[in-house]
Design a protein around this ligand. Structure first.
Ligand code: DAH
Length: 339
């Protein structure tokens, strides 16, 4: 029996010395000292020994128990200290190391164009208005004198939510909303997102931005419209930029026009940005149709006005020489950092 206890002791001490994980150390504790542990079992079996043997074996087992227990708790402390030291090493911070540079974002080119255009029109006495992006067909089309058969109403062009509710396809409905609630004189611009059922390519996106403008007062004429847009163009794009008006059709203006500016990348000679034309179309405009004024409670005999709608991406692309619209939406930091 003594031999057996001696063997258990040697094996246990050996195992404890070799161990290098807390989990395995616990297994050793269970193996020798647990309820069914080897030393525990010997103590439990003491009844079978002779009277003389009992105290000798009993004290021997208890001695070994104490020794094993002590060694285990020493080892446990050692392992815990190692873990702590390793963690401290891993998590240490070198306070002398130079800090990472904080990177600060820049204004997105679309926001930049909107802000700059706003600034110029505010300088000309315009107020900024806003309107819903989820709009009714009533404001997006009916109030703007758009015939029921007009192609822009088509499902292929406009994104509908229900038969009457849609994602606005233009910022023009804001004109109608403003005219309904304000008395002339009115001078407003409204920047914002618009939506069309277009698939993405270098010049199309299902969401893009427009800036709507509206001026209503007594004796407003086409000359005021031309002068306003010319003044804006020169202020925004430069003194030597030319602007030309071409006749066009919009249901909500009569007469209607589109205006092009001379290409500010090549100066009108023709380049990739203006597609060799020397001109870039940036705005639709015209004199507000009498039906639109009437629909919104303004008497066309007393008041007249002009309206215009810029394409923001168009201006941004032309101003910064961007050839692919998708760059404006991909949020590649290397591209955006340039503005
Ligand atoms: N809403 C037009 C479009 O999306 C742009 C436009 C043209 C707006 C003429 C106007 C305007 O206010 O008078 O193509």
């Amino acid at each position: 029996m003594k031999e057996k206890i001696k063997n258990i002791k040697e094996e246990a001490l050996n195992n404890i010395n070799k161990v290098n994980e807390l989990k395995s150390l616990d297994d050793i504790r269970v193996k020798y000292l647990g309820k069914k542990g080897e030393l525990t079992l010997i103590l439990r079996g003491m009844g079978a020994l002779s009277k003389e043997e009992r105290p000798v074996i009993g004290s021997l087992v208890n001695e070994v128990r104490d020794e094993v227990e002590n060694l285990i708790s020493k080892k446990e402390k050692e392992l815990k200290r190692n873990i702590l030291e390793e963690n401290i090493k891993k998590e240490s911070i070198d306070v002398t190391e130079p800090s990472k540079k904080e990177s600060i974002g820049s204004i997105h080119p679309i926001t930049k164009v909107i802000d700059e255009v706003k600034e110029i029109f505010i300088g000309m006495g315009y107020k900024i208005e806003d309107g819903p992006e989820i709009e009714t067909a009533h404001y997006n089309f009916d109030q703007l004198n758009t015939p029921l058969i007009h192609p822009s109403r088509d499902l292929q062009d406009t994104i509908y939510i229900t038969d009457d509710i849609l994602l606005r396809s233009q910022t023009s409905p804001v004109q109608a909303r403003v005219m309904e609630r304000q008395k002339p004189p009115i001078k407003i611009i409204c920047p914002g997102a618009v939506y069309r059922a277009d698939s993405v390519d270098a010049t199309h996106s299902p969401v893009f931005h427009q800036i709507e403008g509206l001026a209503i007062d007594k004796n407003i004429t086409m000359a005021n419209l031309k002068a306003t847009l010319e003044a804006f163009t020169k202020m925004y794009l430069g003194e030597n930029i030319k602007i030309r008006f071409r006749p066009h059709h919009f249901p909500f203006t009569e007469p209607s026009a589109e205006a092009d500016v001379s290409c500010f990348v090549c100066g009108g000679k023709g380049c990739r940005v203006c597609k060799q034309e020397g001109w870039i179309e940036i705005v639709g405009c015209g004199m507000v149709h009498p039906n639109v004024l009437r629909n919104c409670g303004i008497d066309p005999k007393e008041y007249s006005g002009f309206a215009f709608g810029f394409g923001v991406e168009r201006i941004a692309m032309a101003k910064y020489g961007i050839e692919d619209l998708r760059l404006l939406y991909e949020n590649d930091i290397r591209f955006l950092k340039q503005f």
